[in-house]
Design a protein around this ligand. Structure first.
Ligand code: HXC
Length: 258
């Protein structure tokens, strides 16, 4: 499929999706999110793809939802149209792991999109923020919810109420990003992480993604029970036999996703 607002490359079991609206710092509109969902669903359906990396440009991962597109909309427009709900629900339903590789601005919907990914690797130039308050609105696709779970109430309130940006070092300290690397090494680091994941059993990878995400939806007791049952169920796979045998035989495991 020919995309206009994203660039997709599939190589070595990794789908690399690059947001590509350079004139608007990758601001999110219906076309971009629609194309992103199509590309993610294609990656989900493509048996060759074992991990997905989502990135933007050096200057911006994404500077938020498209303000020009939103400026003339009424309450009824956004409420009845349920602005971006379908797209973001579809993104969150992707079962394969998605790494966000963030350089430059990840603001508003851009920060929220990065947080919908499974983890964020940031360049030392990254800046995260929920500045919607400056536009007379507030976060609408997770900035008061996922950010609070990631960094806690104090920082989430600070970011959402003042609209200030968090640099990469603060974001790492606060637990929003998993690693920081120099800007020129960002893609190498993200692709390396994706490659590591691609080498694992896909059955186990998806089980882990589901289990970690479960922790956001349930009590600790129920979450640990869910985890334990999924752990038990992995003993029904050939990959468990292979992984443990390979360890004991001091060789690299050859997983077959079975
Ligand atoms: C539309 C945007 C945009 C956006 C930047 N641009 N952000 N267009 N929507 N969110 C455009 C600018 O208008 C400009 O276009 C070009 O990109 C370059 O931006 P500049 O402002 O000239 O660059 P710079 O001075 O470097 O400042 C970068 C910036 C700033 C700090 C990121 O652009 C900025 O503050 N952007 C808005 C960030 C924001 O408020 N995001 C939250 C959006 S609301 P021209 O044509 O002039 O060159 C949101 C809600 C999500 O995300 C919930 C949805 C349900």
């Amino acid at each position: 499929m020919a995309y206009e607002t994203i660039i997709v490359d599939v190589e070595d079991h990794i789908a690399l999706i690059r947001l590509n609206r350079p004139d608007a710092l990758n601001a999110l509109n219906a076309q971009l999110l629609g194309e992103l969902v199509t590309a993610l669903q294609a990656a989900q359906a493509n048996e060759k793809v074992r991990c997905i990396v989502l990135t933007g440009s050096e200057k911006a991962f994404a500077a938020g939802a498209d303000i020009g597109m939103m400026s003339e909309q009424s309450f009824v427009d956004v409420f009845m149209g349920d602005l971006f709900t379908e797209e973001t629900d579809a993104i969150c339903r992707i079962r394969k792991p998605i790494i966000a590789a963030v350089s430059g601005y990840a603001l508003g919907g851009g920060c929220e999109l990065a947080m919908m990914c499974d983890f964020i690797i940031a360049s030392d130039t990254a800046k995260f923020g929920q500045p919607e308050i400056n536009l007379g609105v507030m976060a609408g696709i997770g900035g008061t919810q996922r950010l609070t779970r990631a960094v806690g109430k104090a920082k989430a309130m600070d970011m959402n109420l003042t609209g200030r940006f968090m640099d990469a070092a603060e974001a790492e300290r606060a637990g929003l990003v998993s690693r920081i690397v120099p800007a020129k090494e960002l893609m190498k680091e993200a692709m390396g992480a994706a490659q590591k994941i691609a080498e694992k059993s896909m059955v186990t990878v998806i089980a882990i993604k589901e289990s970690v995400n479960r922790s956001f939806e349930t009590t600790l007791r129920e979450g640990v029970l869910f985890e334990r049952r999924v752990f038990h169920s992995l003993f029904a796979t050939e990959d468990q036999k292979e992984g443990m045998a390979a360890f004991l035989e001091k060789r690299t495991a050859q997983f077959r996703d079975k």
